[in-house]
Design a protein around this ligand. Structure first.
Ligand SMILES: [Zn+2]
Length: 265
């Protein structure tokens, strides 16, 4: 699935996959990494956090940005020394700093803040009465309960809205390829929007509820298409085109705006 940025790798440019193409690489198979070892590199007097992680499947060192934590992530094959990896990270410090400086500011789910919902900004408005769930009225999300619970209440509401919106589309698109709706889970990954395992279980980021509906539609189409083709072959892309008219718009949107969604909450 699309990611924030094409990871930098230590292999020659000639062997690197093209920018956007690589960013759209599928996510099936590679597990989300556990929080790893945090280190710092110093660049022009500025400390830059780098999380170091090992990946058994990695063939090369790579460097990417974790937009949520606002840090760099250095992935190392098991045979590469940490010192060697950190030297690689230091050599890319300019790129890391540029990427980190481009990140949107962190926006908590709090009274008076806005949060995108299906691509439009909604104002979070807390009212201190007991109540069941938040209610969206026009462009205002009214959140009942104690002030301390606002953040969790908004998050829970978004997750449930995501579950509803995704369930409808998963069912419709599965039917288009003559399949029963597959089960899906909602998670909060840092570097992908959806995934499909080899045994046909789908996973989506609940943050897709913040993106325009076309984007959510495309990500569902992409993962459902993997039920037919677990690769990114021309046949796969033909299935995606059949399942959604929004692929181009959504890919561009995710490339340019996707990382912003990780900066909320
Ligand atoms: Zn894919």
């Amino acid at each position: 699935m699309p990611t924030r940025a094409v990871p930098l790798q230590d292999r020659p440019a000639s062997k690197r996959r093209g920018g956007k193409k690589a960013a759209r690489k599928g996510s099936h198979g590679i597990a989300r990494s556990a929080p790893g070892n945090q280190r710092l590199i110093n660049h022009l007097g500025r400390d830059i956090p780098v999380r170091v992680q090992r990946n058994r499947q990695a063939r090369h060192m790579s460097l990417r940005i974790d937009a949520r934590e606002a840090c760099a992530v250095l992935t190392l094959p098991y045979w590469v020394l940490i010192a060697e990896g950190m030297a690689f990270a230091r050599s890319k410090a300019d790129w890391v700093v540029r990427q980190l400086d481009e990140l949107a500011p962190h926006t908590p789910f709090a009274d008076g803040r806005t949060v995108p919902y299906h691509g439009r900004d909604v104002l979070i408005s807390h009212f201190p009465l007991a109540g069941p769930d938040p209610i969206l009225s026009g462009d205002v999300l009214h959140v009942p309960g104690s002030p301390a619970a606002v953040s969790q209440a908004v998050r829970d509401w978004l997750v449930e809205e995501a579950r509803r919106a995704l369930a409808v589309r998963v069912a419709v698109k599965a039917a288009m390829i003559r399949r029963d709706p597959p089960p899906f889970r909602l998670t909060d990954p840092r570097a992908r929007w959806g995934s499909c395992s080899s045994d046909g279980r789908l996973c989506f980021s609940w943050r897709l509820i913040m993106a325009p509906i076309e984007v959510l539609d495309y990500v569902v189409a992409h993962e459902v298409a993997h039920l037919q083709a677990l690769d990114h072959s021309p046949r796969f892309h033909a299935i995606v085109e059949r399942l959604t008219p929004h692929a181009d718009f959504a890919r561009d949107w995710l490339d340019t705006e996707g990382a912003r969604l990780l900066r909320y909450g």
